[in-house]
Write a protein that binds this ligand. Structure first.
Ligand code: XIL
Length: 910
């Protein structure tokens, strides 16, 4: 039992601080990977080290540590954002916030917890210096805003037994909590020695903090051998510490030692750590295991797998030339282990830790998903019957008989036999020798351009188009998610290859293996009893990720079976859009939107909302001349009938996309609106339900109208009314679509005050094609932002007020950290052709983030045409908020109209 496993039984992470030089020592890496579930950077994340100059960050060492931890399934504890002893001389108070934003932002989602501040108090219990006196609350707030999932600690020493410091710290933390500061835990450093380990005072103090609802960690324990102590007395101290930790209860979350091997400690010569300088476990190590296990420990003395067994495993996967099985871990063995790691799909670092072990086992014996959850093979098989036949004919499948492709809800299915496909990247199992028909390619390729690997990736082969069936016509695409079911097993797979026109029922070696079907390409396969389900609305990305197929498959299969168990939360990944989240979670866009006002990477979103039923088909008005602002209920009211009656009377069936005739003269389209010839960006247009929700919000659509998945006549009539008020968003004389700019405008419309009409910015408006993407300033920072706001207001003839300045500073901080050259390359706007700055056209840019279309539209006469120009960015943004939100001349209502400008409310898009 390794430390990490023993700790896991108590929900305690077992951590070690790591000096980066150890990451190039194979033995150190092996021990770290095997024993620890959490790593702390001993030095490389400290302010002066990671951020040596104002505009220079040194990411390499910290990145290396994070990568090592990720490869070995370890959490990272970030140490530390603010510590007085390691401040670079260039830094002053205003540098803290950008520092925290940048660092926490970079490692968002990758760092489990942060020591936000370290050693804020002297032994006298007084805050040590101006940084700590003024900036602690802010440091926590900023860190929390940037990474709301990171657990934030205050870390200190002498707070266990050091009166007055221990009381002072307790009262200080209580005060921070009372102010609503997002502080989640208290770290006790615990640099002790054999003559002094105050574990009982420590326990009392830890419990006191736990009672405040805070997490408690031991963050830097070491026990120097001093005063006649030896490794046995040291072991007793380790044991006492661990017992104290366990006695705290479930608020105790992490036990970290400051290093792990006596070969590398900040207390040289004092051997304070649990492993010897040559990485052998000391009595201190056994003492920890024993305390955790409640019985004597039997620590492993080698890796998860002995060196001999590693060598055997490498050989077994076909490594040539074979390694000598001698138990000696030299460079040849390391190269072999790295080869194996690449093959089983984990980071090739030469260290055989638990992750490699698990991947190796999975590679050798792919484990089918447990059938105990809501999705079972039997349920899937029962569901995969009947539906609508989508193939023209049937495949003549020997022992199974004729096989047709059927559609049921959002999935296609068929049941046949399985033949084995070994095509793709050659390996030890699939190659020209094992398979006489071997082809070194697949119809669909991995994200790196290589063919798929049939040995490792479960995929299915669909027949090439023929008169029997054209899979493409049924929406089948490469990478599409599928589930294959056989007997009591199922495996989620992807559409990976195409095969003969007259056969159906083929899948990769890995798929067969997972299902317990003989997988040999020459003699394997099975004649019947295999059910294939293809979910035509879901593509697995990247195609080669069996893990992603599995994750999505569990969700989609459950949804298809109607036993939907959508996870309570979804963690947003880089590159996510609401559409992708909706597909991944099978929860409608509208429901997600309703429960989450804003989405940032790493945030947890609630996706448990139930869906509203689709609206039934409804008829259209023919005899009433619609007025601006009419809704079905207003018409029904005027006519003195119910909405239902009105709809029944107007017996017109309307299909999706049919047009609705408004008998009203419409103004002609202004010619300049789309004169620049840029295509409309349809990805910015909303789902029908999202549109209906907004139309209701601003009063174009009656609130009683049920949300529907299509543009029914009522939605169309509401869009028409919106277009009548705002004709610049209409692209054709009668345009039933909202389109991207209209949608942006609609979303920006004020609530409560009813409909607003756009005030056109005629003086400064430029065509989208006139926007330039050249940087005009390299200055950054708050003072510069303030100067910019003043210039913009003056140039625009607006009063320079605190309301404008404070609001615009808040926005600039939130949108660009005061950097005029900021580009957002990850949100849903980041699309379009690459332009001169190297980024997609539609990325939002600038100190006040703006997409080019909005910048063009609200461009201020007399300012630069570059979207990066700070004054132009500020002025365009001011025009935008004034037009769209009705912000007053003096900005007095800015913070109330635009949440993003209000420092007292969370950041929010607008
Ligand atoms: C120490 C490191 O171990 C040394 O390598 C470095 O030279 C100085 O800092 N309390 C802390 C740690 O919070 O950051 C310190 O780490 C040890 C004391």
């Amino acid at each position: 039992m390794a430390l990490r496993d023993a700790g896991a039984k108590h929900n305690i992470l077992m951590g070690a601080a790591v000096a980066n030089h150890l990451l190039s020592n194979a033995t150190a890496k092996t021990v770290l990977a095997r024993e620890y579930s959490s790593l702390t950077a001993e030095n490389v994340m400290k302010f002066g080290q990671i951020h040596p100059e104002r505009n220079t960050y040194s990411w390499g060492p910290a990145d290396a540590l994070v990568a090592f931890a990720q490869a070995n399934d370890q959490k990272v504890h970030g140490h530390t954002l603010l510590w007085h002893t390691e401040m670079p001389s260039w830094a002053n108070a205003s540098d803290l916030e950008p520092h925290i934003r940048t660092i926490v932002g970079r490692y968002k989602g990758k760092i489990h917890s942060w020591d936000v501040v370290n050693e804020v108090m002297g032994d006298d219990g007084k805050l040590r210096n101006v940084w700590y006196r003024d900036l602690v609350a802010k440091a926590f707030r900023v860190a929390h805003e940037v990474d709301p999932n990171a657990i934030l600690y205050i870390n200190d020493y002498n707070i266990e037994d050091g009166r007055p410091k221990s009381d002072a710290m307790y009262n200080y933390v209580k005060g921070l909590l009372a102010e609503g500061v997002p502080i989640h835990g208290v770290g006790f450093q615990c640099h002790f020695h054999t003559g002094w380990t105050p574990s009982s005072a420590l326990l009392t103090q830890m419990k006191r903090f736990a009672a405040l609802g805070l997490r408690v960690s031991i963050t830097e324990f070491d026990c120097a051998i001093k005063d006649g102590g030896n490794t046995t007395t040291q072991a007793t101290q380790y044991s006492n510490m661990m017992k104290a930790a366990l006695a705290v209860g479930d608020k105790f979350d992490k036990f970290t030692t400051w290093g792990f091997t006596d070969a590398s400690t900040w207390l040289p010569g004092q051997n304070p750590l649990p492993f010897t300088a040559d990485y052998k476990p000391k009595p201190a190590y056994n003492a920890m295991i024993e305390a955790l296990e409640g019985k004597p420990g039997t620590p492993p003395t080698t890796g998860v797998r002995s060196v001999q067994a590693q060598q055997e495993a490498v050989n077994a996967l076909g490594y040539t030339p074979k390694l000598a099985v001698d138990g000696d871990f030299g460079p040849l063995t390391e190269a072999g282990v790295m080869w194996l790691q690449e093959k089983v799909g984990v980071t090739a670092d030469g260290v055989w830790g638990p992750v490699t072990e698990a991947a190796y086992k999975a590679y050798k014996e792919p484990t089918p998903p447990a059938s105990s959850g809501p999705v079972t093979a039997a349920k899937l098989r029962a569901m995969a019957t009947g539906g609508t036949k989508v193939s023209n004919g049937s495949y003549n499948e020997g022992s199974t008989g004729p096989v047709s492709v059927m559609q049921k809800n959002s999935a296609l299915h068929w049941t046949s036999g399985m033949s084995i496909d070994c095509d793709g990247q050659p390996g030890s199992l699939c190659n020209k020798t094992t398979d006489p028909y071997f082809q070194p390619n697949t119809s669909y390729n991995q994200s790196d351009g290589k063919p798929l690997n049939a040995e490792t990736l479960p995929f299915i082969v669909v027949p090439l188009a023929s008169s029997i069936w054209n899979a493409g016509n049924s929406g089948v695409k490469g990478g599409m998610l599928c589930t294959i079911v056989y007997k009591e097993k199922y495996v989620h797979a992807v559409v990976g290859d195409q095969g003969p026109t007259d056969r159906i029922g083929e899948a990769s070696y890995a798929a067969a293996k997972a299902l317990g079907i003989p997988a040999s390409p020459t003699s394997g396969g099975v004649g019947s009893g295999v059910t294939y389900i293809v979910y035509t609305d879901t593509i697995v990305k990247p195609i080669e990720s069996a893990a992603e197929a599995h994750r999505l498959g569990e969700i989609k299969a459950a949804a298809w079976l109607g036993v939907t168990t959508v996870p309570d939360t979804y963690t947003v990944k880089s590159g996510d859009t609401i559409t992708k989240i909706s597909a991944a979670t099978n929860v409608g866009i509208n429901a997600i939107g309703k429960f989450n006002s804003m989405i940032t990477i790493g945030q947890s979103l609630n996706v448990t909302a139930p869906e509203t039923n689709p609206d039934p088909t409804t008829p259209v008005i023919t005899t009433y001349v619609a007025q601006t602002g009419d809704t079905w209920s207003s018409i029904a009211q005027k006519a003195g009938i119910t909405v239902d009656q009105l709809l029944t009377l107007n017996n017109l069936k309307v299909a999706v996309g049919s047009s609705y005739i408004v008998k009203k003269e419409l103004p002609t389209l202004p010619t300049d609106v789309y004169a620049d010839g840029l295509p409309q960006v349809d990805s910015e247009t909303p789902s029908a339900k999202a549109l209906q929700t907004e139309l209701k919000r601003v009063g174009y659509l009656d609130v009683s109208v049920e949300l529907a998945d299509n543009y029914g006549p009522r939605t169309q009539s509401a869009v028409a009314a919106f277009h009548n008020d705002n004709p610049q968003f209409r692209t054709t004389m009668y345009d039933p679509q909202i389109r991207s700019m209209g949608w942006a405008f609609l979303k920006g419309m004020s609530t409560g005050t009813g409909k607003v009409t756009a005030v056109e910015n005629t003086a400064g408006r430029i065509p989208d094609s006139a926007v330039l993407f050249t940087s005009t300033s390299s200055q950054t920072g708050r003072a510069f932002a303030e100067e910019t706001i003043r210039s913009a207001l003056t140039l625009m003839g607006l009063p320079v007020t605190d309301a404008w300045i404070n609001g615009y500073l808040t926005m600039a901080l939130r949108e660009s950290s005061y950097n005029p050259n900021a580009v957002n390359t990850y949100d849903s706007n980041a699309i379009g052709a690459i332009v001169s700055d190297g980024y997609p056209f539609q990325c939002s840019r600038g100190m006040w983030q703006c997409i080019p279309q909005t910048f063009a539209r609200y461009h201020q006469a007399g300012t630069s045409l570059s979207i990066y120009d700070p004054v132009a960015s500020c002025a365009a943004s001011i025009n935008y908020v004034r037009n769209v939100y009705g912000v007053a001349n003096d900005g007095s209502n800015l913070a109330s109209k635009v949440q993003q400008a209000d420092p007292d409310r969370p950041s929010k898009g607008y």
